[in-house]
Design a protein around this ligand. Sequence first.
Ligand code: SF4
Length: 729
Amino acid sequence: MKEIEKLDKIAITVRSHKLLKELLHENPRLEEIMRNAKNETEALVGVQNWIMGYLKAKPDAYRYFVNKQTGRETFEKLDWQDYAAIRILDYIDNAGREFPDLNLRGEIAVSNPIKLIWLGVNFGTGGAKPYFFKDMLQLFRQFSGKATREIPSREKVLEWMERYPSGLDPRIIKLREENRDRILTIIIEKINRGEIKDDHYFFEDEKTKEEKLETARKWWKERLFHLRFAVRSPKLLNELLGNSLDPDTMKILYDAEKAGIPFFVNPYYLSLLHVRVPYFAIGADLAIRHYIVYSQQLVNEFGHIVAWEKEDLVEPGKPNAAGWLLPSHNNVHRRYPEVAILIPDTMGRACGGLCSSCQRMFDFQRGNLNFDLQKLKPRESWSEKLEKLMNYFEEDSQLRDILITGGDAFMSSDQSIKKILNAILEMAKRKQEKNKKRKEGEKHAELVRVRFGTRLPVYLPQRITPELTEILADFKTRASEIGVKQFLVQTHFESPMEVTPEAREGVRLLISAGWTVTNQLVFTAPASRRGHSAKLRQVLNDIGILNYYTFTVKGYMENNFMFATNARAVQEQLEEKILGKIAEKDYETIRQFPMEAELMMENINALRKYNNIPFLATDRNVLNLPGVGKSLTFRVIGITRYGRRILEFDHDATRVHSPIIHKMGKVVIIESKSISEYLNQLEEMGEIISDYEGIYGYSIGETEERIPVFEYPEYDFDVTPELSNLVID
Ligand code: SF4
């Protein structure tokens, strides 16, 4: 007997029985089909005929189901029952399909929910867990019309947003000063006792306690201080947090240390965590806290993590998962034709901290990455390598956009950044010269966009100095002269509480250099609480940042704790982000924003005020697919016995992809947590579950359209359709 067949024999629990009984009681037609079916096939056919009868009477929804008419417009016309009908029929169409479940280290998962109900009804077996039955109960309530969709009012969303103060709230600023002094006092004591020795930061002569604190407050303004005094152990972490972490958490952290997960929390970022929690900010720092405090699941899985981003695995001479040939092992990543990521061999390979849900945890596990900052300084050979990498960009027919990242691009020294920017500028000039000799229609794409990927405005805003600003401004002037048009710093704020006076000043400097600052939020469980992302969008707009992407957490079981389900990502998009929806008539206005980037804050404010909206919803909620590209176009096509949903994603039809997507087809993702588990977790965070009513119903997604502010400028010549550096078998 196959392992899977054995599972069918497993008796369901009392709780599962009760939920099943409720399901049948509420749905007499379902009960009749289940009791009369002599085998699973009859059960499937019976349910299929029933649901198809409904859907055929709804022509638009039917065409959507059979993939004859999809897209955002049709999606927005689907009603709540249509969602349920499509899901049930998708379950039936995919019944019995087997999928390797990478959350369970490759164990095979089978989806056959109707069979599980039939087994439960007739034999009390099937092994389906209560979370599975809870999902089914909600599904049939949605189909029968018992559960309807209530879109929260604008007032309600604003009320949810108000629960989260920002780091610019004067009361929070005061608390952070308290935190800073607490951390500094402990560091000073350690220096006094000789436990910490540093050749740059020390006290020369006998100073009073107050004088030492005053000196240390000056150190606090320097980037170097925070890198040198970053916490690298759970013991010190707890000490600097006033020993406020509970023993259970500490056990996990000690286990994490034993498992080899690095710790790197700089004092500034640590000061954003509350030790003394004020009544008005209870739970407000959770999105930050869970970026620092590792979960039990991460510790359990460390050592077994598999790469999510398959296209980042590069073998020299062989195309990556997206079909691109790359010039080196570790320095260039590429998914799309127009853009490639440049990862320099500099300190930029490191970050100002380690986000617990980072996709690069896989690389830390392999030992490829670390926080050994000395070793990460550029080697002699880097200059030659940089030339080789630039040649790749120069010779490629489609590349027009270069994203310098890492790690974190701003971890590189000013000197390194200058060198990279100069190399890019020279490359762009050479590319243009070569183009002059090419005929119309055969010309290569020229460089139009330069980007930095950095979280330092959040982790270490002290890094954004007038000197760095000068380098960026100078580059913009020189690159604009040769026709480069877009200059972006992509950062990564997770919480309104990360928007501090220091971060605001760092962002102001970047904007003053004429660069557009955009944000990519990772939609972690704490960041997914009602109103949290909406508030973050608002606070970021306040300081002149445009929101760019809201990413579902990637990865498998290692990120189980941080994962917020895709159903919640769709719900957030349709129920909260909708408040900042930009009318099409404003597209042209917003497209002009980066042209006068220095006025970004004023322009954002004017548009918000004119439309009376709290924020500009310029970001798209998406998942970075493990194959190629970003998308939130999916349907729930299956569910495991544990109630974890199986989603089938399509690629984002609104952007240019590697042609490999035609070969790859759709991408199946098994979520690492059921909706019920997610809701339980929210309850643990103090949320009221009824506020999330309707989440089970969001089983379909369609990627939002890109707001024109993020589109590439047009060329005044025709680019060759030829794709170089591409190999598709
Ligand atoms: S800043 Fe980005 S790359 Fe660095 S640890 Fe965080 S998520 Fe990972």
